[in-house]
Design a protein around this ligand. Structure first.
Ligand code: 13P
Length: 287
């Protein structure tokens, strides 16, 4: 069932668990994510970056594929199709394409401009019954060529954006996209605590879910994080399983070169990673 992310995140925040956003790249990724969510009876958010949208030939293709798969696979758990780190123009493209949720990442604008653009999109999303994620304080690391510095968000600015009526708020708390460097100082729970105190019931979003130790994930959830984004970890498990298949020469025996066979170990690896994360985040059985 394609839905906005609002209800699933309000329930998650109240129930002290988090819903995973898993980024999709192609048909295998999408199918793996949907089937795992159904098997785990868990809500799920499918994240699509602007680069991945382009790779899949456009947001319309993505929306059509996801809607058709939900129907053909008889997926009954709540599924949100969400633009990840959207630009202002990208947000409007996804609204038009039939996404159920968008993220407007205005974190690189001066706060007044971030507020103005976010406010406009709050109105548009409300009209369409879509959910909207906003961002304050950029997330570190590199994603799709966008490099963030990884500063901690200013809690007062978070409140300013939360008060506009967004559905969920991503705030930088020292988190980084991609693998964490050896000298990473960890999440700033002080910042998260201050943000949660000022924003109350607002579901908070933790980007850069790959590689954050389990105890930090649990603590972040206890301090108001209700959505956690995972991308790189599925890519790493897909690549490792595919490498193993080829290194074992399985593509060279019989019809092992058939893409449906060649891509299957990677597909199963994505499923296993998503299941593991859903268990850690506490969303299993919460559909
Ligand atoms: P990772 O790639 O580090 O898991 O981050 C994903 C993310 O935050 C997508 O917005």
């Amino acid at each position: 069932m394609l839905v906005s992310a609002k209800d699933m995140l309000v329930k998650a925040k109240a129930g002290k668990y988090a819903v995973g956003q898993f980024n999709i790249n192609n048909l295998e990724w999408t199918k793996a994510a949907l089937i795992t969510a159904q098997e785990c009876n868990s809500p799920i958010i499918l994240g699509v970056s602007e680069g991945a949208g382009k790779y899949m030939t456009g947001f319309k293709t993505v929306a059509a594929m996801v809607k058709a798969m939900i129907e053909e696979l008889k997926i009954t758990v709540p599924v949100a199709l969400h633009l990840d780190h959207g630009t202002y123009d990208g947000c409007y493209k996804c609204i038009e394409a039939g996404f159920s949720s968008i993220m407007f990442d205005g974190s690189h604008y001066p706060i007044d401009e971030n507020v103005a653009k976010t406010k406009e999109l709050v109105g548009v999303c409300a009209e369409k019954g879509m959910s909207l994620e906003a961002e304050v304080g950029s997330i570190g690391g590199e994603e799709d060529g966008v490099i963030g510095k990884g500063e901690c968000a200013d809690p007062a600015e978070c409140k300013q954006i939360a008060d506009l009526g967004v559905t969920m708020l991503a705030a930088g708390i020292g988190n980084i996209h991609g693998k964490y460097p050896e000298n990473w100082e960890g999440l700033s729970f002080e910042t998260l605590d201050a943000i949660q105190k000022l924003t109350g019931d607002m579901p908070l979003v933790l980007h850069g879910g790959t590689g954050i130790p389990e105890d930090m994930i649990k603590k972040a959830i206890s301090l108001g994080v209700a959505k956690i984004n995972v991308n790189t970890e599925c890519q790493l498990s897909f690549a490792a399983a595919t490498r193993k298949y080829i290194e074992e020469g399985k593509d060279l025996s019989g019809k092992g070169f058939d893409p449906r066979k060649l891509l299957n170990p990677g597909f199963e690896a994505i499923k296993a990673t998503i299941k593991e994360k859903m268990e850690l985040f506490g969303s299993v059985g919460k559909a």
